[in-house]
Design a protein around this ligand. Structure first.
Ligand SMILES: [Mg+2]
Length: 264
């Protein structure tokens, strides 16, 4: 069942204190740009998120990024930071919890990171180490999509790491069942409704988990928004209730949601 943006705002306003709000980071709260290390939040997003956190049950950033990176953007706000697809969790009171099964893979990640720096970085691939994984960005060299994919698959076979595709990026990460859906699931149990806003293929898993929750729990309100950024990824807009043009508009949307209720 799909609902419009106006209906979503109405249904949320009635019970916002029982709602959770889940946001992807890259391309959703921050613009897509060449260097992933320096991306800023879109204008107004931090302020809007702060207002939302004051009225909602829970505000969560669900990202492939490490919690340490998310902390730099959102430090000081009472948010839940789900990093590395939930393998790391930063709690609103500032604790960091790491999945012990993922920690064991750090040596393999280090090995692949060193190899990528030697073999891929000189060809124009941006190698981003993330402690529990390594991301290989080819946004600035799109012709390398095929070779990077082949390189990553070979390294995955050698080390036991798993390849996770994204938008102009491949990530090598521990072979642990974790994605945006598993990151989301444990954070839904005390909510009567949830929003998920995302722009990438990985976000489809979160949409799926919200749909499951909607089927399992009578009355649960699931709201899915797809950020299109000019060229939506396959299937995401179809799976969403409505679309949002880009991160600036996400900021406006968050402000609109938060404005429906005064801070408690
Ligand atoms: Mg994204």
């Amino acid at each position: 069942m799909s609902i419009t943006r106006a209906e979503a705002l109405d249904r949320t306003a009635q019970h916002i204190g029982e709602f959770g709000f889940f946001f992807d980071f890259d391309g959703t709260l921050s613009p897509i740009q060449g260097d992933p290390a320096t991306v800023p939040l879109a204008s107004g997003v931090r302020e809007a998120i702060a207002r939302l956190a004051a009225v909602a049950r829970r505000v969560v950033i669900v990202s492939a990024r490490p919690v340490a990176f998310l902390c730099q953007r959102f430090g000081g706000l009472p948010l839940t930071l789900s990093g590395m697809y939930g393998l790391e969790l930063g709690t609103p009171d500032g604790r960091l919890v790491t999945d012990p099964a993922a920690e064991r893979w750090i040596p393999a990640v280090d090995e692949v990171t060193a190899a990528a720096r030697q073999e891929l970085a000189p060809r124009g691939v941006l190698v981003e180490p993330k402690r529990l994984s390594v991301a290989l960005h080819y946004r600035t060299a799109p012709q390398l999509a095929g070779p990077v994919e082949e390189w990553a698959r070979r390294r995955a076979e050698q080390t036991g790491l798993r390849v996770q595709p994204g938008r102009m990026v491949l990530e090598l990460r521990p072979p642990i069942e974790s994605d945006k859906g598993t990151a989301l699931r444990p954070l839904l149990s005390d909510l009567s409704g949830a929003w998920y806003v995302g722009d990438d293929v990985a976000d489809l898993r979160a949409f799926d988990v919200l749909a499951e929750r909607e089927r399992e729990v009578v009355g649960f309100v699931a709201i899915r928004a797809a950020v299109t950024n000019g060229s939506p990824v396959d299937g995401l807009a179809d799976a969403a209730d409505f679309t949002v043009a880009g991160p600036d508009e996400v900021g406006e949307l968050i402000s609109a949601v938060a404005a429906r209720r005064a801070p408690r």
